[in-house]
Design a binder for this molecule. Structure first.
Ligand code: MN
Length: 274
């Protein structure tokens, strides 16, 4: 193609796309959308300063490992700040192609009808509301959702399941699920259910890190268990007929050393192909 035909074809494309009165036609915006990198929303968190100049002052954030894990899988990370305003969450979800529900505060047991027990940690109602709105909006649009740690717990509760408020309530629990050591260090084993997406992505058994004291108890209708620790603790869930994947560990903290963990984030970009 010489320069002239190149410019002619570009002008034709330009004319076709702009259409009448310079309005971009749908087929052209769709074509453009199909070629851009997928945007992955990372549901944010809130922290409150313990000291410093502004004690009690709130900050919206996610741990940087979520951003790095999504980016290294080939997605465009978008941090979605915590809000309880439904129209804002709807617009946040409109702007992304997939969603990570991140870790954080304990889930409020009143949401599944239990009073708080002695060993419950700190809860944050606005974060619970935010997760519920994010999950609802993403499900309405059929977006793939990856739940991580509290994200798994949030998904189970929002879809109608319950949690152990503390692992000490789980009969037969003997594995240490709140580890010491480096965050990327794998400390306990997990067995994946044959036939699950997790099994396909990560194989039948693996080692994971562990930073949780709550765990899934009654599993929500619409979800199924895909992985367990040696003491039976639920370590993985997935949607029975929806693109939902959830793990109780922190793959974003392990993705640099463990290329298998990256596959969970790649699944978000192409859930049907993985
Ligand atoms: Mn664990």
């Amino acid at each position: 193609m010489n320069d002239n035909t190149y410019y002619t074809s570009m002008l034709t494309l330009y004319d076709v796309c702009l259409g009448e009165r310079g309005v971009m036609r749908t087929e052209c915006t769709d074509a453009r959308a199909n070629h851009r990198k997928k945007r992955i929303g990372i549901g944010g968190n809130l922290m409150f300063m313990e000291g410093g100049i502004f004690p009690g002052y709130g900050k919206s954030y996610v741990n940087d490992d979520y951003v790095q894990a999504v980016a290294s899988a080939g997605g465009v990370p978008m941090i979605l700040p915590v809000t309880d305003e439904e129209d804002i969450v709807e617009a946040q979800i409109e702007a992304v192609d997939g969603l990570v529900i991140s870790g954080g505060w304990d889930v409020d047991p009143l949401l599944w009808g239990e009073e708080p027990h002695e060993k419950l940690g700190s809860t944050l109602p606005v974060r619970d509301t935010f997760d519920r709105l994010l999950i609802a909006a993403a499900r309405r649009r059929g977006l793939p959702i990856l739940g991580i740690c509290r994200g798994l717990q949030s998904l189970n509760v929002v879809l109608g399941g319950t949690l152990y408020q503390d692992m000490s309530e789980a009969e037969g629990s003997f594995v240490r699920h709140f580890q010491g050591g480096h965050p990327a260090q794998a400390t306990h084993t997990v067995t994946a259910e044959p036939g699950s997406t997790l099994h396909r992505l990560l194989g039948p058994s693996l080692t994971v890190n562990s930073f949780h004291h709550m765990a899934a108890r009654r599993i929500a209708p619409g979800l199924r268990v895909t992985a367990r620790a040696a003491d039976g603790t639920v370590e993985g869930l997935e949607g029975i007929s929806e693109p939902i994947l959830a793990v109780q560990w922190h793959p974003e903290m392990m993705h640099r050393e463990r290329s298998d963990m990256k596959r969970l984030f790649q699944w978000l970009l192409a859930p049907a192909d993985t």
